[in-house]
Design a binder for this molecule. Sequence first.
Ligand code: ATR
Length: 281
Amino acid sequence: MSTPKSFLLAGVIGCPVSHSLSPRLHGYWLREHGIEGAYLPLKVSSRDLEAALRGLPFLGFSGVNITVPHKERALQLCDEVDGAAEGVGAVNMVTVTKSGRLVGSNTDGVGFLTNLDQEGGGHATEGRAVVLGAGGAARAVVSALIERGVAEVLVCNRTYSRSEALADAFGVRCIPTHWEEREAKLEFASLLVNTTSLGMKGKPSLKLKLDALPKDAVVSDIVYSPLETRLLAVARARGNKVVDGLGMLLHQGRPAFGCWFGLTPEVTGDLRRYVEKALAL
Ligand code: ATR
């Protein structure tokens, strides 16, 4: 099954997938490093996911990213998964081994934290964190914060039962919180993260008064379209440091590229500007 690979192949499996910025991101790094290879958008329906994944070794793929709506299902379909994927309960990258096995991992959490450390400064994870949302993105963020040792992670979601389910999975430092309490609980926070879809282009904006939030808290939004959400604009205006969602996307791609193409690339200003241009299109 393992053929010598001179031309390296990877891609992103999702449905829809045409909106994905990953082909642009990995394409930039392939060109930057003169690597012979390609990173392709691969539109695969839920019905065909298993067959598509099983076909990867035969097509000579080094690996793929997995995006909406397949991240949870991919966890079941891989031959093995690492601790990061297990912790999040979802796979965002699959590596094909030499013997054709599919190994699932999840780099969303590490992408979030690396970007937060770089853009927000170290103290963001030194106090209370308030995470809005309890979907798949929230799981990755909460998992990373708990692993980092954050003392208290408040999970605040419109549907309280999902806050509870998420908190149950991550132990006593993770505290389910009612949506109605989202403003009051900002007191003493050193980090606020929006993982809901509110604020995304075409969705309602997130209405949140930040009066209780300390001025030295970092505010992060994983939404990157638009880059400056209303939440970030309001936070910036009152003096909080803000971290947008594009950096997380760029950083989650680094370890995947390293696995498949043999070197770990850098996230630079030029790369960011190049990927950003696609958001304006
Ligand atoms: P993902 O896996 O990308 O995180 P998801 O599982 O659909 O996507 O989660 C979207 C998040 O946005 C959820 O936390 C959702 O809240 P519910 O669990 O109550 O659905 C949140 N969300 C979406 N629309 C919202 C709205 N109008 N008000 C508050 N939260 C909203």
